[in-house]
Design a binder for this molecule. Sequence first.
Ligand SMILES: Cc1cc2nc3c(=O)[nH]c(=O)nc-3n(C[C@H](O)[C@H](O)[C@H](O)COP(=O)(O)OP(=O)(O)OC[C@H]3O[C@@H](n4cnc5c(N)ncnc54)[C@H](O)[C@@H]3O)c2cc1C
Length: 415
Amino acid sequence: MSAEIPERNIVIIGGGIIGSTTAYFLIRHSLFSISRHSVTILESQSIASAASGKAGGLLALWAYPSNIVPLSYKLHAELAAQHDGAKRWGYRTLNCGSMTAKGRVYECTSTDNRKIEEPRGKWQSLPKLDQNTRPNRAARGVPEDLDWFDADAVIGYSSMGDPSTTAQVHPYLFTTSMADLAVDAGAKVVFGTATALDYTGPHGIKTVTYEEKDTKKIHTIHATDVILAAGPWTSHIFPGAPIVSSRAHSVVVKADVSPHAIFSEIELPEDFGKKERLRHQWHDNMASPELYPRPDGTVYICGGLDQLLPLPKTSNLVQCDLDRCQDIIDNISTISTPMRNGEVLVRQACYLPSVEGGGGPLIGETGIKGIYMATGHTCWGIQNSCATGKLMSEIIFDGKAKSANIESLDPRKFL
Ligand SMILES: Cc1cc2nc3c(=O)[nH]c(=O)nc-3n(C[C@H](O)[C@H](O)[C@H](O)COP(=O)(O)OP(=O)(O)OC[C@H]3O[C@@H](n4cnc5c(N)ncnc54)[C@H](O)[C@@H]3O)c2cc1C
């Protein structure tokens, strides 16, 4: 069978969740032959060193875009069953809801002696929810086991999903597991930053040039196929790519709480101290952190997006603003005692990759022979990673996407 497929040297640029799941599915494709084909992940820093290692990890049947969400959600469940994902990467199903709450100041809400900054303007949430799924301020009826918010703070709650429609993974553990499973089956990981693609001449892609991570030496790899999966950096290596980025901060707090992912909308207290009010001056004094409890006894919380610093050259140069992390902690501390009292284990920042003008992700051919794109996954890249990997493996080995209709995501429509 595989003799029909000519020799293929497939290079995936980027070892985030998209590159790693793509390697996993390519190497397990029925037409892949270890003697005739190679799959190489070329990663600038380390596997999952960017958003894929620092995301929330929510999976939902109510995510978008609807042409790949059901496939990806199903593949996540299958992979978890096949590789013991519950143990290996924290896969589990859970409830999800939106909560409106009115915060109050507690003595230990802020430890703030930091400098007062200029007001930061409108709170920019991650675009996970469309207008139809925004919190319903009128709704009530908090589930009984959702006991980790202060009762007098909660104004409304509305369910967005239950264990039949909502799940989660630990994104760092999932991404590194995908890469490890691909390597176990014969894929290669090379650490270096791709600096140039040579696609001169009539036959499309010929080589990828990269700078080796440790030695800074320049190397060239022969490639018959290149998949651009460098997330927000995709336009650095392929300047026509319509990919833009925003920075997002997040924290991880130690707290063993019931499994409800929460999209909060907090009215910050009137009596928030002067310093906090200046520092927290979001639109209407509202903040909307998202909270994802994890089975390891922690809660991941992410704040809003900002455009204060442009995307740096590599993921190890991303700057984390500790004030922004403290904002997240202070905001959530006004409505939840376990969050207020929990030890903050992680403070971090990363860049969200989006398609300029909206839409996406972009999955498929670029119009240059042998160069493909799998990028622009916005805030649902963890959810949509498996479908992206599976569909990319079909595009490469079968010549077209078979498991879903992804015409609307064809990069050629956006380039
Ligand atoms: C705060 C936050 C929370 C999120 N929560 C969720 C969630 O709950 N659920 C969900 O589904 N999604 C979530 N997302 C979205 C998700 O994290 C992203 O869509 C996804 O991680 C993008 O993956 P990626 O592989 O395309 O990019 P990245 O993770 O950015 O990976 C790109 C990789 O390419 C490498 N690279 C870059 N340039 C080069 C080069 N020239 N050569 C070689 N390698 C290169 C980088 O080092 C990096 O490792 C969240 C995002 C953010 C910011």
